[in-house]
Design a protein around this ligand. Structure first.
Ligand code: PMP
Length: 404
């Protein structure tokens, strides 16, 4: 078959290949510690699952409005307003089958072919894939390691803006670094967006997987609600990744167009799943709080072992369920230099530890000379974390031959 030219520009999530390699290794009978999974090994809270069973029993199984059921749109607007200081109504909400579809729909609605779009690197790989697929020019912006965290390289970002730059994608509560913008950084970023008349996609998938007090959104900066679309997902907060429920939230005229894309694509998000979403927002939050407590324990346990490994250093992520350790010295010591694929394979085979690396989150930027891994602590319990990272420590110390 002759494949359409545009498919050349469609990227993927190469992290899935890491999962395949880890399963192949496990099939061998080897112990594999899965730090590559971006999924949660928590069950969806029972009250949420029961709301879905009830909705099915009550016959909520046909099509529903393209933008989502009215009570869910209203409840989500109210929830977002309470946490972000906005004043959205149901008209500002278009329910989606997950957070991910918001990325492509935002780009289709607001980008013309040839327009430039700023996106984070390292960052979630779907941004660059969708910008390129729809004919845009993808402009990466980087981060600098500073004061115990990663800060957006705002100077570099502003320098790369041209009159053709129309959109910016911001993933505060960042995958893969776990970094959160400081209030000053949020203010500076909003100034840049206003100064250059950009429109922003604010991917806040991890807004509520946050370990240091109350999260703040860039959307509450002056002028930002008018020029932003928020990516909301039920997946992380309520351990509902496989249910596929999220939303695009923003100015009503843009949201109406995004809903027209729903009409052209999936018609509507699964009807009964939306009742589960309603229960997630309105019901007790005890399970979410328990999950967050456990995630914090996992983060702290992982961090203390990682930082005890010579040649490895890791900042404490303020949000998300990812660690982004700098392993430059370890890779050098083991003779891998910048060869991530060979290093990851060696660690998998010798220590059973599976993870993603910098290159699963985009091409390293010019001048970027440190090497990083991404370790997820969402899909592995405390015991596995301790056992796996202790094996990584033995590997680093060069003891693996003795065990083999
Ligand atoms: N944005 C980011 C930064 C993510 O990491 C993810 C999922 N890993 C998503 C969006 C998409 O989430 P969902 O499962 O809701 O589509």
């Amino acid at each position: 078959m002759r494949i359409a030219d545009r498919m050349r520009d469609l990227g993927t999530e190469t992290a899935f290949a890491v999962a395949d390699r880890a399963s192949a290794q496990a099939a061998f009978g080897a112990a594999v510690y899965p730090f590559h999974l971006g999924d949660l090994n928590f069950r969806t809270p029972r009250n949420i699952a029961e709301a879905a069973y009830l909705a099915i029993k009550e016959g909520k199984t046909g099509y529903c409005p393209n933008a989502g059921i009215a009570p869910l749109r209203a409840a989500l607007a109210a929830d977002v307003n309470a946490r972000r200081g906005t004043s959205y109504t149901a008209d500002n909400v278009s329910i989606q089958p997950g957070g991910k579809p918001v990325i492509g729909k935002f780009i289709q609605t607001l980008m013309n072919p040839g327009d430039e779009v700023l996106f984070p690197s390292p960052g979630y790989p779907i941004y660059e894939s969708q910008i390129r697929y729809f004919g845009g020019k993808a402009l990466p912006y980087g981060f600098v390691a500073k004061e115990g965290t990663f800060r957006i390289d705002l100077e570099g970002l502003e320098r790369s803006i041209s009159p053709r730059t129309r959109l910016i994608i911001v993933n505060d509560f960042h995958n893969p670094t776990g970094a959160v913008c400081s209030p000053e950084e949020q203010g500076e970023l909003a100034k840049i967006v206003r100064r250059h008349d950009l429109v922003a996609l604010l991917d806040e998938a991890y807004f509520e997987i946050h370990y240091a007090g109350v999260p703040r959104s860039i959307v509450s900066q002056p002028g930002m609600a008018e020029r932003s679309v928020l990516l909301y997902t039920f997946g992380k907060k309520f351990a509902m990744t496989g249910w596929r429920l999220g939303a695009a939230i923003g100015p009503a005229e843009v949201i109406a167009l995004i809903t027209r894309l729903n009409v052209n694509n999936e018609s509507c998000s699964a009807h009964f799943v939306q009742y589960a979403g309603l229960e997630a927002l309105r019901g007790g939050q005890g399970e979410y709080e328990k999950m967050l407590k456990e995630l914090r324990e996992r983060r702290d346990a992982a961090l203390s072992i990682l930082n005890s490994i010579p040649g490895v250093s890791c900042f404490s992520p303020v949000a998300s369920f990812y660690l982004y350790p700098d392993v430059t010295e370890l890779m050098d010591k083991k003779g891998f230099g910048g060869d991530y694929a060979a290093f990851a394979e060696d660690v998998l085979v010798r220590a059973g530890v599976s993870f993603c690396t910098r290159i699963h989150f985009g091409e390293p930027l010019p001048g970027e000379n440190r090497h990083y891994l991404r370790l997820a602590f969402s899909g592995i319990g405390l015991e596995g974390i301790r056992a796996g990272l202790n094996r990584l420590r033995e590997y680093a110390a060069g003891c693996q031959e003795a065990r083999d």
